[in-house]
Design a protein around this ligand. Sequence first.
Ligand code: SF4
Length: 324
Amino acid sequence: MTTAVGLISGGLDSILAARLILEQGIKIQGVSFITPFFNSKGAERAAQAVGIPLQVLDITEPHLAMLRKPKHGYGNNMNPCIDCHILMLKEAGRVMEEGGYDFLFTGEVLGQRPMSQNKASLRVVERESGYEGLVLRPLSAQLLPETMPEHAGKVDREQLVGIKGRSRKEQMELAKRYHITEYLSPAGGCLLTDPIFSRRLGDLFRRPEPVQIRDIELLKIGRHLRLSPAVKLIVGRHAQDNERISTMVIPKDDLLKVEKYPGPLCLIPYGGASEDIAQAASICLRYSDAPSDEEVTVLRRRGGEECRIKARSCPVSLPSELMI
Ligand code: SF4
């Protein structure tokens, strides 16, 4: 029996690719990936709907290393899609080799994304993954060179399709044929395609200190303001942010909260000097219900120690000037 490892993102294209392969009686092992930037929830739902097993691989470490300096550069934001695809294919290839599967397949569509899915990029991704000739793209197969499993008669090329370009018309028709109604949007859920998150990540990468997973998780919460080259302030936007901030504090951090008035939790990761804390307190007040023309007490906690600071609200324009 022919067997294959399929990269399942949870998007429509990967679901359709799996359906086209299943239709040929080929057994599929799905793989999906997690990092702090994307998860496997959509892929888990898709694998269940299609009826294939799914192995979820945590690729945080190699992905972060690649993300600092992607060989093929970034897309519109901090998304290094070509290098990311290479890494995913390498990891999936390991599953293929260890499990003795015949080939790999993906839901990539020729020309769908100008940078990462043109003919040259698809070739580069395949070559640099180390699995040249073993990567089948069922949705565009008829427009691409024949792969080894097709040549060996393990896959019938005639039953695959030749979709090209950014119009989703043909995918929608295939989806109708297979009664598929639920799926993620393309690149759905990848934070690296989000402009605000990307700005914050770029700011984090410019810091000389090694990046911790918590630093990345904090990028997902609140407003981020840079107080100085070394000091950043995170301001909770709502109760959910405040709750998450409170669970992520470590003893070195400064945590600020206005006393006696409703307001946000404000966090200086790894702490600040006294002038940073004074400025953070004035910003914390700006986002609180405290009167802007009065001196108000702000509680500041670091580790087990707590102190009170008197501060006045900062000028209205300051937070947006400092916003990352
Ligand atoms: S959108 Fe995100 S997950 Fe998808 S290839 Fe690009 S960087 Fe990787």
